[in-house]
Design a protein around this ligand. Structure first.
Ligand code: 3H9
Length: 696
């Protein structure tokens, strides 16, 4: 029998254990082993029932994602499941850890399901751009009803065992996995329980439920393929005989598995796991335990950052220069929590517990107990250096000293201390209590322990930590600058804000650069441009003329009821503004630029290829470890659609030769800002993609 599956006997119960670390994915070896094990149990007259469980930390976590797109090997999964469901002896699935995707589908082909209390079940295929392709879309609605199945399958959410019991996905929850499941199976045998097959249960749906669901979720599922196909399959479950529904599911699974959306989402799945791997900081590098955090600065950013730690149960000391700043900052934190409570997403008890984790001081000498100090004050080098000198004087030895700077050099900040090895950047994104991305900025002297600690604590508080190098704007904002900058050049040469934003929205981002500018406020960029005006090289193309003129009218965005667009009171819908259009056309005239009619395809290339070109420069300079890290930054920090896999994967999918050809054309038409990155040229010359770089 396959090494991946083990068959033992416990009296009259056959115990089948999958041993395929780390997550018992359904590889060819596992499928072969399962098939053989059930046949063995079936053939053995002493065996009255069987229990299926996972060895190690989990039940089966699904199909082996790495096998998709490979030539078929081993027993077909559907055949194994069919054999199990048709077994004349009861099979009980015994679930611990997670039963996910094909794992839950396997459990749904067992006749009963037993789970330990802290286990979870789910059909997360949709997150990989797939649908549950082994009967999940046909069987789950038969157990939980169509409305619940629609939610669970299109969200991919995990369901904790107690809730799964209530929903009827599992039949029994008990403490001891093996003993509990064997006892449950023995009882079923003793009671003469029937062979319960989920496929035989009815599946009904109310009229109009599917159309209403599609309509209600149209915006959420925009650009994705799999959620729509999931709905089609569940509709088939409710309208077709079981076997026909299965055939439909198989057909639509086939569509998904070869789709570019699924390739992109599978790339994102592995990229999210790669991001934690740092070649020169091994996994077992010691990490400092963070029992207390000190937050320097209680402004919007500081407050948001601090909330992450309180949410994870870690006490935070808020440090400010004046009591009134502390009072204001704490009031904002309290209001944020209160809003969440009012929306029913947090209990008052939990809010009180979190608020109790905060303390405040105006005295830097109080930070001595903190294991991690994060500075989030005004973005000015002199101020930051002054603060880091104070941190050096008062923080305990070994404490990690982090700056939330979004642009300044970590090395220069670290030079204000006598312990640059403990200094690192932790760049959170606004709103810091919501956004998942954390750029951890490695200084030239940051020690492996400091890096491992910053990355680890980020993950612990629910962030996706990405390690980046110390350069202006780091990775995300450096690339963003190219994207937003190109947006204004597009306005000068023929586009209007609503055209650019429309194309970007249709591509899949939540909003385009101008709606984003209006939301964030145009005044900050205006101030920065004015401050830099004197230092700007005379030969540099200046793209700020249009936003400068808009700001000169006092139009700073939503906060002033108008920026690139107008807004009605209490409504964030952008409304094109004639005065802004006149400014745009006037600037084109003054700069002697003939306005061009752009189509969406050209707008997308002009707006988004800067991400690819600058991304390639960043890789060349070693400021990002791998292309997929850049993808993770863009998806989690800037709303790049996961169904496109991030800018670097997207460029690979188009073909780097095609991307480079356009970049060369833009270079010829628009000048130096479009100079192709040498790495991009090298990859194209060698017939390679960014993915090859990663593999190599
Ligand atoms: C499916 O089932 C299709 C069927 O409906 C139809 C078929 C016809 N395959 O996440 P971790 C690797 S689609 C291959 O760090 P955790 C992962 O890459 C599948 N590899 O651990 C990592 O490798 P490495 C539906 C997999 O404890 C290592 O295992 N199922 C798979 O934080 C550890 O993973 C899913 O979508 C896989 N299925 O979380 C579940 N899963 O060490 C996907 C994991 O080299 N998996 N790996 O970087 C998960 O959500 C999490 O891995 C899990 C464990 C919650 C299980």
């Amino acid at each position: 029998m396959s090494d991946a599956v083990d068959f033992t006997k416990r009296g009259a119960i056959g115990v089948i254990t999958v041993n395929s670390p780390p997550v018992n994915a359904l590889s060819a070896a596992v499928r072969d082993g399962l098939g053989e094990a059930f046949e063995k149990g079936q053939a053995d007259p002493e065996i009255k029932a069987m229990v299926l469980l996972g060895g190690g930390r989990t039940f089966i976590a699904g199909a082996d994602i790495r096998e998709f797109g490979q030539p078929p090997k081993g027993r077909p999964f559907h055949d194994v499941l069919k054999g199990m469901e048709a077994s004349s002896k009861i099979i009980v699935a015994a679930i611990h850890g997670t039963a996910l995707g094909g794992g839950l589908e396997t459990a749904l082909c067992c006749h009963y399901r037993f789970a330990v209390p802290n286990s979870m079940v789910g059909l997360p295929e949709v997150k990989l751009g797939l649908l549950p392709g082994a009967g999940g879309t046909q069987r789950l609605p038969r157990l939980v009803g169509v409305p619940k199945a629609l939610d669970l399958i299109t969200s991919g959410d995990f369901v904790p065992a107690p809730q799964a019991l209530e929903l009827g996905i599992v039949d029994e929850v008990g403490d001891d996995l093996l003993e509990g499941a064997v006892a449950f199976a023995e009882k079923l045998v003793a009671d003469g329980a029937p062979l319960r097959k989920v496929r035989d249960l009815p599946c009904d749906a109310e009229d109009g439920v599917f159309e209403a669901y599609r309509k209600a979720n149209a915006r959420k599922f925009r650009g994705f393929l799999a959620p729509w196909k999931c709905i089609d399959c569940i509709e088939a479950a409710a309208t077709l005989p079981f076997d026909d529904g299965m055939a439909r599911e198989r057909e639509l699974f086939g569509d998904c598995v070869v789709s570019p959306e699924s390739a992109a989402q599978r790339h994102v799945f592995f990229a999210e796991r790669e991001v934690a791997k740092i070649p020169d900081v091994p996994k077992d590098t010691a990490q400092k335990e963070i029992k207390q955090v000190a937050m320097i600065g209680a402004g919007t950013m500081g407050g948001g950052i601090a909330m992450n730690f309180a949410n994870a149960g870690i006490p935070v000391l808020m440090v400010e220069v004046a009591q009134e700043n502390l009072d204001r900052g704490m009031a904002i934190i309290e209001r944020n929590y209160q809003n969440t409570v009012n929306k029913g997403r947090l209990s008052q008890d939990k809010m009180d517990q979190r608020m109790a984790l905060f303390s405040t001081t105006t005295d830097f000498a109080d930070i001595g107990d903190a294991d991690l100090v994060i500075e989030a004050v005004f973005e000015k080098m002199e101020l930051k250096k002054e603060i880091f000198a104070k941190l050096d004087a008062h923080a305990k030895p070994g404490a990690v000293l982090a700056s939330n700077t979004s642009t300044l050099s970590i090395d220069e900040i670290a030079s204000a201390t006598k312990r640059p090895e403990s200094v690192i950047g932790m760049h959170f994104f606004s709103p810091a209590n919501v956004m998942r991305l954390l750029e951890v900025v490695r200084g030239g002297k940051s020690s492996p322990e400091t890096i491992a600690t910053a990355m680890g604590i980020g993950r612990k508080v629910g962030k996706i930590s990405v390690l980046v190098g110390n350069c202006f704007g780091f990775v995300g904002n450096r690339m963003l600058h190219g994207y937003t900058g190109e947006g204004t050049f597009l306005l000068e040469s023929g586009a209007l804000p609503q055209q650019v934003d429309g194309a970007i929205y249709n591509f899949g981002l939540a909003m385009g650069p101008f709606a984003m500018g209006d939301m964030a406020g145009l005044d900050v960029g205006w101030l920065v441009r004015k401050a830099r005006a004197a230092d700007r090289p005379s030969n540099e193309e200046y793209g700020g003329t249009i936003p400068d003129r808009i700001c000169e009218l006092g139009r700073f965005g939503q906060k002033t009821t108008g920026g690139y667009y107008d807004y009605k009171e209490g409504d964030r819908t952008p409304i094109p503004n004639g005065e802004v259009q006149a400014i745009i056309e006037q600037v084109s005239k003054e700069k002697n630029i003939a306005r061009t009619d752009y189509d969406d395809e050209e707008i997308i290339k002009r707006a988004l290829y800067p991400l690819v070109n600058i991304g390639a420069q960043i890789l060349d300079e070693g400021m990002a470890m791998r292309p997929s890290d850049i993808d993770i930054i863009y998806i989690n920090g800037y709303g790049f659609p996961a169904h496109k896999g991030g800018p670097m994967h997207w460029a690979d999918a188009i073909g780097l030769d095609k991307v480079l050809a356009d970049i060369k054309r833009f270079h010829a038409e628009n000048g130096e800002r479009w100079r192709p990155a040498p790495l991009l040229e090298k990859l194209v010359a060698e017939g390679k993609s960014f993915a090859d770089l990663q593999a190599g």
